[in-house]
Design a protein around this ligand. Sequence first.
Ligand SMILES: [Zn+2]
Length: 402
Amino acid sequence: MKPVNQQQIKDINMKRLYASIYSTPGISRAELAKRTKLSKTTVSTLVDELIERRFIQDSGIVESTALGRRPNSLHIRRNSHYIIVFNWYENQIYTHLVDIAGTSVFQDVRIIGKGGSYVSASQESFQEAVSAHCSPDEILGICIVISAMIDEKHKEIYSTTIHLPEMEGTQLFASLKDAFPGYPVDLLNDTACYSYAEKVYGGITEKNFAFINFGNRGIGASLFIDGSMLGKASGSFTQFGHYSVDPDGPLCVCGNHGCLEALFSEPRLKERISEFGEIPSLSSCSQVTFSDLGKAATFRDPVALSMVDEIARELSLALGNLICMVSPSLIILGGKIPDLGEYFLERVRENLKKTGFRRMVDSVQVRYSRLQSDSFLNGAMKYFFDIHYSFTDKNPSGFFIG
Ligand SMILES: [Zn+2]
């Protein structure tokens, strides 16, 4: 989006300066001007404002015996601005106070009782727990992260892996808009937050990449084209988990057959084993995780190996088609699937050589995510800060979807 007024230009410049200081701690004003191609006067004025508003700090002149006085060094100020990230989970809410410099400094958990409301429990957590750990003006905004597809146009959540109480489903958007007066609120899809964390913190240099999230219950994806997330972070722009690789396969919750989610989302693993035989080490488990199956494959259980082979074949069919559509140069498999181990990843790579459009498939790197399982927290914080927060908005408010 092109900036249309002075306030937007100022906001963009402040974000560029903040990002440069974040990535190069100790940078000087002169170096900032060089790097951002802003004038020295602009840099000086905006840096002064960032210092006054406690986003950054000036560590003073550094004396150096060999080179004389070195210019002042600038650093990000930690623990002075936060974003609250609520993670709505099945019957639970995890509340995190995330410093915009990237640290989760406080966590609170609330259980949603029978007939309880996610919105009310989030408000209680904010008022009773979080507010004791920072002052109201240190909070820049509020993110709600949910494993769901969120439809901005029709103002509804049309598919989610958690059970929202009936009334909350239809009135959710209206009640969320008023739940936190004085703060902007952003409703976000979990896979999108994970993928944004990959882009920012995962050292990704590729402009076109796909992130596939294998969650507790579902499979989702987020695509980056030309360096930007396709669509918004609402989970409604791709339905990779419902990509069918077998029209005669098992019935999926969406009504179609043979979707990836119906074939090998984690809750489906246990009942799928019988297709291949029996895995003695897992026969007494009530649930089978990717980690369980990965371990059995590591110990060369022949049935586990056949099952992993088949899942790799099914996933690579879908990936081959995804590659033909958008030609990413990198595909990251994240969430719980890295627990399946290196054998699975190798099989996916091998299978890809036989599927998809050769020239494109050959130049795609497929790897596991290297970030922690709670990377979505920083992803949500950073997404909100980059996309919705404005340094120049004096009365921030609003309700964003994605
Ligand atoms: Zn489906």
